[in-house]
Design a protein around this ligand. Sequence first.
Ligand code: S3P
Length: 162
Amino acid sequence: MNIYLIGFMGSGKSTVGKILAEKLNMQFIDLDEEIERRENKTIPEIFKEKGEKYFRNLEKNILKEFAKKDRLVIATGGGVGADEGNLKIMKNSGRVIWLNVSLEEVFKRCEGDTNRPLLNQPIENIKKLYENRKKLYSKADISINVDSKNPENIANEILKEL
Ligand code: S3P
């Protein structure tokens, strides 16, 4: 069984995932890092040179690959848990945990961030993206509110819910 962390950009998936993996003695995988390593490009470069559709395909294929393995804690990119097909893949191979962060907190945490192409657009579009994605994120097995909590406490909260 794997553990998948889903949620909006800046929800803390990677930070919490690393702590959780250590506590559970499971291997940690950061899906975005895996994509960058394989493509030998940063995410903004992939978006710019190959486009979002190409990135989403990569994301799905790598997710499928890891879904065949066992005992992984996987921090997904913010778009992974916002896709019905991906949610199915994750639910069939483990537990899906949504780190639910408010949009206000996202803006606070990601101020000045240039590594996330989807935050580099008008606020109205980001708000729409956030609202639409919430509907899918909420299909996770476990939901955790993460605003004003530290990663260690969030990981402990997840442990109690597993
Ligand atoms: C994305 C989130 C990013 C990264 C890419 C696209 C998204 O990951 O995968 O920029 O669609 O929300 P983080 O959620 O780790 O920022």
